[in-house]
Design a protein around this ligand. Structure first.
Ligand SMILES: Nc1ncnc2c1ncn2[C@@H]1O[C@H](COP(=O)(O)OP(=O)(O)OP(=O)(O)O)[C@@H](O)[C@H]1O
Ligand SMILES: [Mg+2]
Length: 587
C-alpha cells in the first residue's frame, strides 16, 4: 500500500493506539459493537468488543506481534458472520470459518501467515440445484425452496433466509449454479441464492423450543443404558487430564445417530486435532457406509492458534449447527474443550482489565456458557418442520477438581453429566465415566422411546442395574473395613453381580472393532444376561447352595465376552441357558 493511500485509510477509519496480545485499541474508529474490522497494515481480522468514547477495543483473530500504534484500522461495518451454503460439510475450518486447506494453499504452511481472508464456502463451485417450489407458490422465511446433493450422504436444503419477508415465486429453474447466483425469485423483489450469511453471536430464529423425547443413540452402553442424552439435549463431559474426554467425544462423533456432526476442537493440543483431521476423513459412516466426513464439519482452533479465534470458534460451530437444524436435520455438536474456551474469555477479559470474577474468569462466564447451551434444543422450525441441535461439551478442570467455576457453571445448565474419573482411568476401566456421580435428567422423557424401540421393560431393567451398583457402592465401604469374606453370602453375591455389571457391561473398548459400537438392543440383552445370573444365583442361595459354589459356575466368565461377540443374540441366548442349567444343577 502506498503512503498516500495509507494516510487516507487512517483518515477515514481508525488508528491503533495500543496493542496488548490479542487485544488492540483504536482511536477515531466509527464502529458498532461486534463489527468486524481489519487491523494494521496487514489487515488482520478482528472484532469490536468494547466502545468507550473515542476508543474502540478490538479482539484480533490472528497473531498481533509486530503490529503497532499508528497503523490503520478499517471497519467492514458487518458483524462476525459465517458463510452458509453447500460446501460447509466435509470442510475443516479455523475458528473464524476460514477453510484450513485454502489457508494452507495461500500461506504454504498452516497457521503461520496473517491477514489472509478466505470465504467459508467456495464461490466458484457450481452445484446442482433442483427447485422444490413452482412459480406461483407462496413461500415464507425458513421455507425450503430447493435441494442440492451436497455430499454422498446429505441433501442440502436451500431455504428462504430467516430475515426475508417471503412472497410468491416468480421464477426458478433447475441447473448448475454457484452459491451466489439467484435460484428463486419472489414477487417481493427478494432473490434467493444458495448462500446465507449469519452473525455468529446471534441464534438463528426458530418457532418454538420443544421437549425432546428421542434419544441421541450413541452406541456407548453406559450412555444409552444409564445416562442417555436426548436429540436436542445438552451434556458435559468433565474429566481430569487423560481420563477419556476426547475419546468419548470422538466416539459420539463417529457413532451417534445424528444426521450431521459439527466437531469443534477448541484450544486442545495440536496433535489431538491433527488426529481428528487425519482420522475422520478415513472413517466410514456406520449408518450408510459412506465417508463420515460427508456429514461432518470440523472446526479446529488448537492451543497454538490465536486465542481470540478460540473465543469465536464455539459460536461459529453452533451457528453452522443451527443452519443444518433449520433444514430439519438432527445435528450433534461436540466442543473439546469448553474450559479452553473459558480460558480464552478469561485472557481477553483480563487484557480489557475488566473486574475479574471467580478464579479470574470474567463475571459473564456463566452467562456465556448458558447462552451457548441455550442454542441447543429440539425446535419447531420457522417452516413448521422439526430439527434439533444437541450440544456436548468437554470440560477440563485443572487438577480434575470439579468445584472450579467452569465445571460448576456448566453443571447448572446441562441436563446430562458424564463425569470422568481419574481412578477408573488409572485402573483402565473405560469409558471411565463414574456411574455414581453422573446423571441424565432426560431418562424419564426418553423412556417411552426405549420401551417402544428397544424393550418394553427397559426402564425397570435399568433401575435394577442402578440399584445393584448403588448397593455395591455401599457395600464397598464395609468391605474396606472388614474384608469381603465377613459379608453375609447374599451380599457377596451382590458384589459378584455388580462386578459383572462393571466389567462386562459398563466397560467398553473404543478401539475394538466390534465393541466400539453397541446396538441398544445388545446393551439391553447384555444386561439381561447378567440379570439372569443374578436371579438364578439368588434362587440357588435360597435353596441352600453356598455362594462360592454358585460363583464358580463355568459359564459365568463368558459374560465378559458378550461385548465382543458379533453374533450377540445367539451368543447371549446360549449363555443364558447355560448359566441357568449350571446353577440349577447345584441343587
Ligand atoms: N472408551 C475407551 N476405550 C479404550 N480406551 C480409552 C477409552 N477412553 C479413553 N481411553 C484411553 O485413555 C486415553 C486418554 O483418553 P483421552 O485422550 O480421551 O483423554 P482426555 O481426557 O481427552 O485427555 P486430555 O486431558 O489430555 O485432553 C486414550 O488414549 C485411551 O488409551
Ligand atoms: Mg482430550
Amino acid at each position: 500500500m502506498s503512503q498516500a493511500e495509507d494516510t487516507q485509510t487512517v483518515d477515514e477509519d481508525g488508528v491503533i493506539e495500543s496493542v496488548s496480545g490479542p487485544v488492540v485499541t483504536a482511536a477515531d474508529l466509527d464502529a458498532r459493537m461486534n463489527d468486524v474490522v481489519y487491523v494494521g497494515d496487514e489487515g488482520l481480522m478482528g472484532e469490536v468488543i468494547e466502545i468507550e468514547g473515542n476508543l474502540t477495543t478490538i479482539q484480533v483473530y490472528e497473531e498481533t506481534s509486530g503490529v503497532g500504534p499508528g497503523e490503520p484500522v478499517e471497519n467492514t461495518g458487518e458483524p462476525l458472520s459465517v458463510d452458509l451454503g453447500p460446501g460447509v460439510l466435509d470442510a475443516i475450518y479455523d475458528g473464524v470459518q476460514r477453510p484450513l486447506d485454502v489457508l494452507e494453499e495461500k500461506m504454504g504452511t498452516a497457521f503461520l501467515d496473517r491477514g489472509v481472508d478466505a470465504p467459508g464456502i467456495d464461490f466458484e463451485t457450481e452445484w446442482e440445484f433442483t427447485p422444490t417450489v413452482e412459480v406461483g407458490d407462496a413461500v415464507e422465511a425458513g421455507d425450503v425452496v430447493g435441494e442440492v446433493p451436497e455430499t454422498e450422504s446429505i441433501t442440502h436444503r436451500v431455504m428462504v433466509p430467516p430475515d426475508y419477508e417471503g412472497g410468491e415465486v416468480t421464477a426458478t429453474e433447475s441447473g448448475e449454479f454457484t452459491v451466489d447466483e439467484t435460484v428463486v425469485e419472489l414477487d417481493s423483489g427478494e432473490e434467493i441464492t444458495m448462500h446465507q450469511e449469519w452473525p455468529v453471536r446471534e441464534a438463528r430464529p426458530a418457532e418454538t423450543k420443544e421437549t425432546p423425547t428421542i434419544p441421541l443413540v450413541s452406541g456407548q452402553r453406559i450412555l444409552d443404558g444409564l445416562f442417555p442424552i436426548a436429540k436436542g439435549g445438552t451434556a458435559a463431559i468433565p474429566g481430569p487430564f487423560g481420563s477419556g474426554k476426547t475419546v468419548t467425544q470422538h466416539q459420539l462423533a463417529k457413532w451417534a445417530d445424528a444426521d450431521i456432526v459439527v466437531y469443534v476442537g477448541c484450544g486442545e493440543r495440536g496433535n489431538e486435532m491433527t488426529e481428528v483431521i487425519e482420522d475422520f476423513p478415513e472413517l466410514e459412516d456406520p449408518q450408510t457406509g459412506k465417508p463420515l466426513m460427508s456429514r461432518t464439519c470440523l472446526i479446529a482452533n488448537t492451543s497454538n492458534m490465536p486465542v481470540a479465534a478460540r473465543e469465536s470458534c464455539i459460536y461459529t460451530g453452533i451457528t453452522i449447527a443451527e443452519y443444518f437444524r433449520d433444514m430439519g436435520y438432527d445435528v450433534a455438536l461436540m466442543a473439546d474443550s469448553t474450559s479452553r474456551w473459558a480460558e480464552a474469555m478469561r485472557e481477553i477479559s483480563s487484557r480489557l482489565e475488566e473486574m475479574p470474577g471467580e478464579e479470574g474468569y470474567p463475571a459473564y462466564l456463566a452467562a456465556s456458557l448458558s447462552e451457548f447451551y441455550e442454542r441447543a434444543g429440539k425446535f419447531q422450525l420457522l417452516n413448521g418442520d422439526e430439527g434439533s441441535v444437541t450440544a456436548i461439551g468437554a470440560v477440563s478442570p485443572p487438577g480434575g477438581d470439579f468445584s472450579e467455576p467452569v465445571t460448576q457453571n456448566t453443571l447448572r445448565i446441562v441436563k446430562t453429566f458424564w463425569a470422568l474419573d481419574a481412578d477408573l482411568a488409572e485402573r483402565r476401566h473405560f469409558p471411565s465415566i463414574n456411574w455414581n456421580e453422573s446423571y441424565s435428567l432426560y431418562r424419564q422423557q426418553l423412556d417411552p422411546w426405549f420401551r417402544e424401540n428397544v424393550a418394553e421393560d427397559w426402564p425397570e431393567v435399568r433401575q435394577w442395574a442402578v440399584d445393584v451398583l448403588d448397593e455395591e457402592a455401599e457395600l464397598q465401604e464395609i468391605v474396606q473395613l472388614v474384608g469381603k469374606d465377613a459379608l453375609p453370602e447374599d451380599q457377596q453375591l451382590t458384589l459378584e453381580v455388580a462386578r459383572y455389571l462393571r466389567e462386562a457391561w459398563l466397560q467398553q473398548n473404543a478401539f475394538h472393532d466390534v465393541d466400539t459400537y453397541c446396538d441398544p438392543k445388545k446393551t439391553y440383552r447384555m444386561l439381561g444376561a447378567i440379570r439372569t445370573f443374578n436371579d438364578e444365583a439368588f434362587e440357588a442361595l435360597d435353596a441352600g447352595v453356598p455362594a462360592e459354589e454358585i460363583q464358580d459356575a463355568d459359564a459365568l466368565p463368558r459374560l465378559n465376552r458378550m461385548a465382543t461377540a458379533e453374533e450377540w443374540n445367539e451368543y447371549i441366548d446360549e449363555l443364558e441357558s447355560e448359566i441357568e442349567s449350571q446353577i440349577r444343577a447345584l441343587y
